[in-house]
Design a protein around this ligand. Structure first.
Ligand SMILES: Nc1nc2c(ncn2[C@@H]2O[C@H](COP(=O)(O)OP(=O)(O)O)[C@@H](O)[C@H]2O)c(=O)[nH]1
Ligand SMILES: [Mg+2]
Length: 200
């Protein structure tokens, strides 16, 4: 088989398969615990042009794809599942590497609505790392069934980041999430020095 990582790094903007790591395109990273719906969301946000490759020097697989978010072409990265931003496992090291070296314009922290409290410490860690976090509270179909109510407005105020309730499998909440991603990516100065200051 051909080497997808090499393809992804050719940087030829004309080739649909080339998802160059340059800043030419806004970048959106999906992070969170295993089994919260990251890959379902990744598939919802990306189209046919997806590459899966081992992160350099590791056996950890990372998927990258291109998505059109309300008319804006973005690169979307599905990062390996992590429990903490302090790296213990190889997956956590790779996820941290991606977030710190690729400085995504938006970081979608996907959490399971049924276990929200247990997952919020990671949200705090990501915010502390100065990342442009959007909290995606997924699987609200299941939390509803359990009678768990989630006040996304209050949560957004407490955290200081946008909070979107979703059922990724049914596309519920995705129009609002797209709006938030578009806003996060559109406000980045493409000609400037990147996005390091957007949480100041
Ligand atoms: N009920 C429900 N199941 C979901 C939702 N999102 C994802 N899932 C399911 O949760 C499982 C894990 O999803 P996946 O995207 O592989 O999680 P990942 O490990 O975070 O990438 C799969 O069986 C999905 O179909 C959701 O919003 N509601
Ligand atoms: Mg996955």
């Amino acid at each position: 088989m051909s080497e997808p990582a090499a393809l992804a790094r050719t940087g030829q903007a004309t080739s649909p398969a080339s998802l160059s790591p340059s800043r030419a395109m806004p970048r959106v990273a999906i992070v969170g615990n295993p089994n919260v719906g990251k890959s379902v969301l990744f598939n919802r946000l990306t189209g046919a042009y997806v590459t899966v490759s081992n992160y350099p020097g590791t056996t950890v697989e990372v998927s990258r794809g291109r998505g059109m978010i309300d008319g804006l072409a973005v690169e979307v990265i599905d990062t390996p599942g992590i429990y903490s931003f302090q790296p213990i496992s190889e997956e956590e090291r790779v996820a941290r590497q991606i977030l710190l070296t690729e400085r995504p314009d938006a970081v979608l922290h996907v959490v399971d609505a049924k276990n929200l409290e247990r997952m919020l410490p990671l949200t705090f860690q990501l915010v502390e790392a100065n990342l442009n976090v959007i909290l995606v509270v997924n699987m609200v179909d299941e939390s509803r069934r359990l009678g768990i109510g989630i006040d996304s407005k209050a949560l957004a105020e407490d955290l200081g980041v946008p909070v979107i309730l979703t059922v990724s499998t049914q596309k519920e909440g995705l129009p609002e999430l797209r709006r938030q991603i578009h806003e996060a990516c559109a406000r980045i100065d493409r000609n400037g020095l990147g996005n390091s200051a957007h949480r100041s």
